[in-house]
Design a protein around this ligand. Structure first.
Ligand SMILES: Nc1ncnc2c1ncn2[C@@H]1O[C@H](COP(=O)(O)OP(=O)(O)OP(=O)(O)O)[C@@H](O)[C@H]1O
Length: 250
């Protein structure tokens, strides 16, 4: 099976090569755990490898998304101009100036069909290989009964077009799940990001909970966020007592 390299330092080692192609991965975590940075780094690394990508913004203004990415040295504008990166604006509903600047706008956020139509158009226009939806939680937060069917509809479109995708899922601090039972079983993979306080200090870590199509590390690995993005320590694990170095690697 072909694997898609995330290019995030340390992560492909943990995934034993990368994310199996066409998988939909739920990237789950509480506030400030690094979900957005992770997913943008995944897209940026794809662009560097010649793989077109799409970022669907449901939580932030597209202008802010471009600015935030630039802070990490990920300037997507030239890639947008070349037609290999697209931002889908599912935030402004076309209000304000975005109508003039954004090519892909979802007008009615309660209409999953419109959302899928706009996404499908963007995928076909740029020949996308990687897609990020940040966050899927926003799509069903007011109608949890629709969560699973929304995920499955999206998954059908994305896997059908050959894309490998990340669905950002927001959970609350201290929540043990990944974003609802319907969602957890519908996706092909789950990566959970955590921020834990141990002895008066916050530690970042991630764990691959499931990943169809590959074996993977079953350990909780610490990671850092730096001005270059996320760096995962595949050679270390986070225990209740703190970080421990692995003997002989992952
Ligand atoms: N340049 C940087 N260097 C180090 N850490 C940073 C930098 N920029 C942001 N961060 C850290 O990343 C966090 C934000 O990450 P991100 O936006 O990816 O989180 P998130 O999981 O998407 O959060 P939310 O669900 O609240 O939107 C900040 O709270 C900060 O701790």
């Amino acid at each position: 099976m072909k694997k898609v390299k995330t290019g995030i330092p340390g992560l492909d080692e943990i995934l034993h090569g990368g994310i199996p192609e066409r998988n939909v991965v739920l990237l789950s975590g509480g506030p400030g755990t690094g979900k957005t940075i992770f997913s943008q780094q995944f897209l940026w690394n794809g662009l560097q490898a010649g793989e077109p990508g799409i970022y669907v913004a449901l939580e932030e203004h597209p202008v802010q998304v471009r600015q935030n990415m630039e802070q990490f040295g990920w300037d997507v504008k030239p890639f947008e101009e070349k037609g290999i990166f697209a931002l889908v604006d599912a935030f402004t509903a076309g209000v304000g100036k975005s109508k003039e600047y954004e090519k892909y706008i979802v007008q009615d956020l309660t209409d999953v069909r419109e959302f899928i139509d706009v996404l499908r158009q963007a995928i076909s226009d740029i020949g996308a290989k990687r897609v990020v939806v940040d966050s899927v939680t926003t799509l069903y937060i007011n109608k949890p009964a629709m969560a699973r069917s929304t995920i499955l509809q999206l998954k059908r479109v994305l896997a059908g077009t050959g894309c490998t995708s990340i669905f950002v899922s927001q959970i609350s601090v201290g929540e043990t799940g990944f974003g609802g039972p319907g969602v957890e079983h519908g996706v092909d993979g789950i990566i959970r990001l955590d921020l834990d306080e141990i002895d008066g200090e916050l530690y970042r870590s991630l764990i691959v909970w499931k990943m169809r199509g590959t074996s993977h590390s079953m350990r909780r690995h610490p990671f850092d966020i730096t001005s270059n993005g996320i760096f995962v320590h595949s050679d270390k694990i986070l225990k209740n007592t703190g970080v421990e170095k692995l003997q002989g690697g992952e």
